[in-house]
Write a protein that binds this ligand. Structure first.
Ligand SMILES: Nc1ncnc2c1ncn2[C@@H]1O[C@H](COP(=O)(O)OP(=O)(O)OP(=O)(O)O)[C@@H](O)[C@H]1O
Length: 375
């Protein structure tokens, strides 16, 4: 037998596992409208990617394409290196080897926990004994082995969520899709559940694609966040990077990273709305710009000092401080968490840390007096 050099294990290059999922040049039109345009996205095994974007930006559509509930017009989707959708090819959902966690968990109320969890295996025609063993294993992994015979209604919200995750992982999928599983819960419950999911996803070492419109949820859960706007991915980055370096003013606005103020170049430097003069070193190209002023760029100083004069219009006690709405010269507003209650009408000075400002091309809608932006 002839052996080529590359057949020898000693010289075979280190094998890098293919991405858990990869989409390239994906486009879709529905009802004559472009819903997704030329989307490229990939996810390494063991990582969690959140798809974050405003309502209608295309998140759920993208997830449905990965799941096989829709087929793209153009582009290719690969799962663990295998093409599941592409020119002339579209594997059905059940042939893609995915787990899914839906809004409100979608558990069947008339079935026991064990039956709910075992349902995907039943659909695959797996024999009862094998199914029972796998269901026990999945329930043990989410800490619910004692609840196998209960109905979902007899479980807490957190336990129901665990059942939904057990059902999604019972067939040991290479990728789990989460479709806004917490969107219908009230805020307090959502915060508890996010912690639960984050803990479980990390413990189970899942590879997951998590769709949400809630940035706090995306930041808590994901290694990376893909921000979607109007059917396109505008930025993919770790949560910390998105906050410190948003790629555009519209991402900064969507993530509520601070006030967006217009700036204009003058003879001796830049004039920021609100009255601040910025050194020429802060310059951006062009004659006009939009400047993101995050709260961490601001320090309160006595009235008459600092770069900006701000008049308190209202305050709201938030437990961790007093959220003050401050009016700047020209009617723009900034919100800032203060350690003490400030009285309406009180004037404060604000010092700007130039290095923490972010400059963007001028945008038509910088912070208007009526727009509230939290720090
Ligand atoms: N079957 C359809 N025919 C026509 N347009 C559709 C269809 N399904 C979705 N759309 C449109 O596609 C766009 C993206 O919808 P999608 O549900 O993916 O957004 P989303 O980001 O998940 O929003 P949400 O957070 O509200 O669920 C929306 O403008 C929606 O109206």
């Amino acid at each position: 037998m002839n052996l080529r050099a590359t057949d020898s294990p000693a010289v075979r290059p280190t094998e890098v596992p293919p991405p858990a999922f990869e989409m390239a040049g994906l486009s879709l039109r529905l009802g004559g409208t472009a819903i997704l345009e030329n989307v490229d996205l990939r996810l390494a095994p063991g990582r969690v990617l959140a798809l974050l974007g405003p309502s209608g930006s295309g998140k759920t559509t993208l997830l449905r394409l990965v799941a096989g509930l829709l087929a793209p017009d153009h582009g290719t989707i690969r799962l663990a290196g295998r093409v599941v959708a592409g020119p002339g090819k579209a594997l059905p959902p059940e042939a893609r080897g995915l787990g899914m966690v839906f809004q409100d968990y979608a558990l069947w109320p008339h079935m026991s926990v064990a039956k709910n969890v075992g349902f995907p295996l039943e659909m695959q025609g797996i024999a009862a004994a094998e199914r029972a063993a796998r269901v026990s294993r999945a329930l043990a992994r989410v800490g619910l082995e004692r609840y196998a015979e209960r109905r979902p209604a007899a479980l807490s919200g957190g336990q129901q969520q665990r059942v939904a995750i057990a059902r999604a992982i019972v067939a040991e999928p290479a990728l789990v899709l989460f479709d806004e599983p917490l969107s219908n819960l009230d805020r307090e419950l959502r915060e508890t559940m996010v912690e639960e999911i984050a803990g479980l996803v990390a413990e189970l070492g899942l590879t997951a694609l998590y769709v949400t419109h809630d940035h706090a949820e995306a930041f808590s859960l994901a290694d990376e966040v893909a921000v979607m706007e109007a059917g396109q991915i505008s930025q993919i980055a770790a949560p910390e990077t998105l906050v410190s370096d948003p790629a555009s003013a519209s991402i900064a606005r969507f993530l509520r990273l601070g006030a967006l103020l217009p700036a204009r170049r003058g003879a001796e430097g830049w004039h920021l709305a609100g009255g601040a003069r910025l050194a020429p070193a802060s310059a951006a190209p062009g004659e006009c710009a939009t400047v993101l002023v995050p709260s961490r760029a601001l320090r309160v100083v006595p009235a008459g000092e600092g770069h900006l004069a701000a008049r308190v219009t209202r305050t709201l006690f938030r437990g961790d401080g007093h959220l003050a709405t401050l009016a700047l010269e020209g009617g723009h507003e900034i919100q800032l968490l203060l350690p003490r209650r400030a009285l309406p009408g009180e004037v404060l000075g604000l010092h700007l840390c130039h290095a923490r400002l972010r400059w963007f091309p001028p945008c038509p809608h910088p912070t208007s007096p009526s727009e509230r932006i939290s720090p």
